[in-house]
Design a protein. Structure first.
Length: 711
């Protein structure tokens, strides 16, 4: 009690004194119990604001009486070294609870860097002020996380709906390097990275929340065991005074000096500073190694080349990195690729799809309709499917393949050889994250070849069955995923009703209405003159379901058009040589945020800059300076980047086949712009013809809302 209440109590009536004593002993602990245990770290790196995930507080010797703990992957060490202080604020009220300008112990390292472990992924801050408005937590000392242990997890929600929230789960795996927890109920854990995982009951901290990933049983969490933090607390820097952030600069003498010699689980990470700076920003981009990191900002990193590295390639510098928009919602996608395999897809696409040096032409006479079947419209569909597959991330996106064609029903009493052997639509591959299986399915589709008529209705219905898990589908449904159909066709519906265009179109519209009610978005691609002559079915299936219709007059252009399909939050990314003021000659972007580029170089020093911008307005820049030494011994590329470089070089070879000079690249861009303008013109014309067809076929707009049983 303070002096003033104590004086008042001494002069009070005995009954009043008893009441006051009861309040002082029972109410005060309750008030402390409702205080949050987590806060969000904020810093300014140079002039750029940064925010980590969640941090919590533990009692420790010193003037402040406590330290703050969070993850190493949530705050890049390079950003920390450029910051004067880190402020800890409550998520909703924005109350500042403490501030730090030093690290209490040697920093750990991100679990996502090569050789990184969850157990080493932490930062411990020496506080300059005693924390106010938060409670401190106690660390577990032994037998902390046996399998089956119930846990409570605390975090500072990214949406600032509260200062603190909690979820519950159970330990399913536990060893010295990591703990895995299965949540009782899936939850939005954006902003929770670094939050404490508490033993329940008891309340002692058994670990730090690091990552999340979906699992067949629910949402699983990766947790760093608290042993590493406990060991680090026993070996404080500079006799417990802590060390300023600037001493942890990731390059030069300061980085070497920042790594004290000590033992324990963190020794390797701390003592590696002289040879390989801790949490070098070139490695901070690998935040999604095998799971979804729980940070809340756009993180941009150049993985290769390193700052100060040497480039020897005469054609330019190979640059690779990651741009991760982690602030957006954690989303999963289920995508069905629907391919038209009707007989008309035997026709030539107008391009050398199989790249054998021959562009197929249509024969007027003969058994085979094309001089090169490998350049068919179906081959262009399959090539486009492979191209879009390259831009999907298996960690967040499942992909399946459906084909459709169909045969007419035989006349009553007629006998047709082979009738009924092949349904109008087939699931070639159920939804899967194993993209090799999708590739095999596409191989089978191409090998089997085109046949039959065009039953668009059954193709769309089967896609919805697979996405929603309706009866007749083969895929396991995911209730939380966004569901998308990419629908390719080169014609108009000729089935399920023979010689009845109006009935066939209405059937497609009813299937599109079912897709809309099932929250399935259909993006349709009409390929070739026949599809664009009568486009009403393709136009309407996209409109009704909330998707986009794309006309492609030359089917061969589909491969180029499909490159624009992306589900990432990143809407812009540029790579350029700042010294030469020249952009990359080749740039490869993937849906998971990884990128690779070839950047022109001049002899001597060059500064490479990468700029990224997200769909929600965040932006970031990263730079490295390299020396271009033509004729020097070739620099060995890290093994983990070889595949990415291979993809980039494949694109480079294609570009060089077209033309090696800049003028040809500009011409390619002009062709792309012309194609976009042509698509817009074709879209307008197709929609006008579709409207005319609706009038001729007496199809009313109300057809969109017609009800039909689930497929």
């Amino acid at each position: 009690m303070s002096a003033q209440p104590l004086q008042l109590a001494m002069s009070a009536h005995p009954l009043q004194l008893a009441i006051m004593l009861a309040l002082s002993t029972s109410w005060a602990p309750a008030a402390r119990a409702i205080e949050p245990a987590v806060a969000r770290p904020h810093l300014v790196a140079g002039s750029e604001p940064r925010a980590g995930g969640s941090a919590f507080f533990v009692a420790a010797p010193g003037d402040a009486g406590a330290v703050a703990i969070t993850t190493a992957h949530g705050i890049a060490l390079a950003d920390l070294a450029r910051s004067a202080e880190v402020s800890f604020e409550l998520a909703a009220s924005k109350q500042r609870v403490s501030v730090a300008s030093r690290l209490h112990a040697a920093p750990g390292r991100s679990f996502a860097v090569p050789g990184g472990r969850l157990s080493d992924d932490f930062l411990i801050f020496a506080l300059d002020l005693a924390p106010r408005g938060v409670r401190t937590l106690a660390l577990c000392s032994s037998d902390c996380a046996p399998v089956g242990q119930r846990v409570r997890i605390l975090g500072a929600p990214a949406n600032a709906s509260a200062d603190e929230d909690d979820v519950f789960g159970q330990v399913t795996k536990s060893d010295a390097d990591q703990i895995e927890v299965l949540l009782d109920v899936p939850a939005d854990l954006r902003g929770w990275g670094g939050g404490p995982v508490l033993r329940q009951p008891g309340g002692e901290v058994i670990g730090l929340l690091e990552a999340q990933w979906p699992d067949d049983d629910g949402l699983r969490l990766g947790v760093a065991p608290i042993d590493g933090v406990r060991t680090a607390l026993a070996h404080p820097l500079d006799a417990g005074l802590g060390r300023p952030f600037a001493s942890f600069a990731p390059a030069g003498a300061n980085a070497a000096a920042a790594a004290p010699e000590r033992g324990g689980p963190q020794a390797a990470a701390a003592n590696a500073g002289a040879a390989a700076p801790l949490d070098d920003p070139s490695e901070e981009g690998r935040l999604l190694g095998r799971s979804e990191a729980l940070t809340t900002e756009l993180r941009l990193a150049i993985d290769y080349p390193p700052d100060g590295g040497i480039v020897t390639d005469e054609q330019g510098a190979f640059v690779a990195g990651h741009a991760l928009a982690l602030l957006g919602d954690y989303r999963r996608f289920d995508v069905i690729l629907v391919l038209d395999t009707s007989g008309s897809t035997r026709d030539p696409s107008g391009s050398d799809v199989n790249e054998n040096g021959v562009v197929a032409e249509k024969r007027v006479l003969g058994v085979f309709p094309s001089t090169d079947p490998g350049d068919s419209i179906l081959a262009a569909e399959v090539a486009a499917a492979r191209r879009v597959l390259e831009n999907f991330d298996a960690r967040s996106t499942r992909v399946g393949v459906v084909t459709f064609s169909g045969v007419s029903l035989p006349s009553p009493g007629a006998f047709v050889v082979g009738a009924g052997e092949r349904p109008a639509a087939l699931t070639e591959q159920e939804l899967t994250s194993e993209y090799r299986e999708v590739e095999k399915a596409l191989d089978r589709v191409l090998a089997r070849g085109p046949d039959g008529q065009t039953n668009m209705t059954e193709g769309l219905r089967l896609a919805v069955r697979e996405l929603k898990g309706y009866q007749g589908g083969l895929s396991d449904p995911d209730p939380e995923s966004a569901k998308i159909v990419l629908f390719f066709t080169d014609g108009q519906p000729t089935l399920p009703y023979d010689n009845s265009p109006a009935q066939n179109v209405r059937s497609v519209l009813r299937a599109a209405g079912q897709a809309r009610r099932s929250r399935v978005i259909v993006h349709s691609f009409a390929l070739g003159p026949e599809a664009l002559e009568s486009p009403v079915a393709a136009v309407e299936m996209a409109r009704i379901s909330g998707g986009r219709f794309t006309p492609v007059r030359r089917p061969a252009d589909l491969i180029r058009v499909i490159e624009d399909v992306s589900f990432a939050n990143l809407d812009q990314l540029t790579v350029r040589n700042q010294t030469l003021d020249q952009a990359a000659t080749e740039l490869l972007r993937k849906a998971d945020g990884s990128f690779a580029a070839l950047v022109p170089m001049q002899p001597g020093r060059n500064v490479i800059e990468v700029w990224a911008h997200t769909s929600d307005g965040a932006e970031a820049r990263a730079r490295v300076a390299v020396q271009h030494l033509v004729g020097a011994s070739e620099v060995t590329l890290p093994a983990e980047l070889m595949a990415l470089r291979g993809q980039l070089l494949e694109r480079r070879i294609v570009s060089l086949r077209r033309n090696r000079i800049e003028a040809e690249r500009e011409r390619t861009q002009e062709v792309r712009r012309a194609l976009e303008l042509e698509i817009e013109r074709e879209r307008g014309s197709a929609e006008e013809r579709a409207a005319q067809q609706r009038r001729e076929l007496r199809i009313e707009p109300a057809a969109e809302g017609e009800s039909e049983a689930s497929p």
